[in-house]
Write a protein that binds this ligand. Structure first.
Ligand SMILES: N[C@@H](CCC(=O)N[C@@H](CS)C(=O)NCC(=O)O)C(=O)O
Length: 227
């Protein structure tokens, strides 16, 4: 008989892992969450994602799927129920465009704004403000990027909705705030209160403590630190 079990190799502290987990919860897929300690990766992770060695990896039966945005699309296509991507081809293309914009532009500029200082930081803060303003414009007149319910771009933006507040608190900056980004902040609250999302999130204080304990190392390397 064909193996149809679903396993998610993930880590609750990872926004990329969160994307995959919420996708499965939205679809009501029964899955086993296999926690990965990223300082000591399991053989299963290394075997299933030998190229990037990162979470998330979805394992459907014997088949591994890596890279969070690809996992979301796979989950949307492989399982019935909730539609994460729009059915209209143009709308799908636009959702993919904005999800990529978040990964390629919004996250890197914000991350570097947190872990640099002086003139270099000023440059990243300017970039970050521009990307957040551009993204906020996409939300005008809508509850979620996906419309009335969350979709691909909302999942892609989970780091903005939850992790950015943690990072800026630890870094001591105040980039994403109510005054400058009222629409994004309202969206962040709405996103975090969707059940599939809140069930997947760690307590914010745990994340603050985690990043605070790694602050100097991250500042020095500009990269996430897992050990
Ligand atoms: N582009 C990847 C990024 C995934 C990623 O960066 N995962 C991190 C956790 S937040 C990871 O597993 N890092 C382990 C490592 O870099 O060694 C995706 O979208 O899935």
């Amino acid at each position: 008989m064909e193996d149809t079990t679903v396993k998610l190799l993930g880590n609750k502290g990872s926004p990329y892992s969160h994307r995959a987990e919420v996708a499965l919860r939205l679809k009501d897929v029964k899955f086993e969450f296999l926690h990965e300690d990223l300082a000591h990766k399991s053989d299963m992770l290394l075997r299933h994602n030998p190229i990037h060695k990162k979470v998330p990896v979805l394992v459907h039966g014997e088949k591994p799927i890596a890279e969070s945005l690809i996992v979301i699309e796979y989950v949307d296509e492989a399982f019935e129920g909730y539609n994460i991507l729009p059915s209209d081809p143009y709308e799908r293309a636009m959702a993919r465009f904005w999800a990529r914009f978040i990964d390629d532009k919004v996250i890197p500029a914000f991350w570097m704004s947190c872990w640099t200082d002086g003139e270099i930081q000023k440059g990243f803060i300017a970039q970050s403000k521009e990307t957040l303003t551009t993204l906020q414009r996409q939300l005008e007149g809508k509850k979620f990027f996906g419309g009335d319910s969350i979709g691909l771009v909302d999942l892609a933006g989970c780091m903005i909705a939850f992790w950015f507040a943690v990072l800026q608190e630890v870094a001591g900056i105040n980039l994403l705030n109510e005054e400058d980004y009222p629409v994004l902040c309202r969206w962040a609250e709405d996103y975090c209160s969707v059940r599939a999302v809140s069930e997947s999130l760690l307590d914010k204080n745990i994340l603050v403590a985690f990043f605070a304990s790694k602050k100097e190392k991250i500042f020095a390397t500009k990269a996430p630190v897992y050990d």
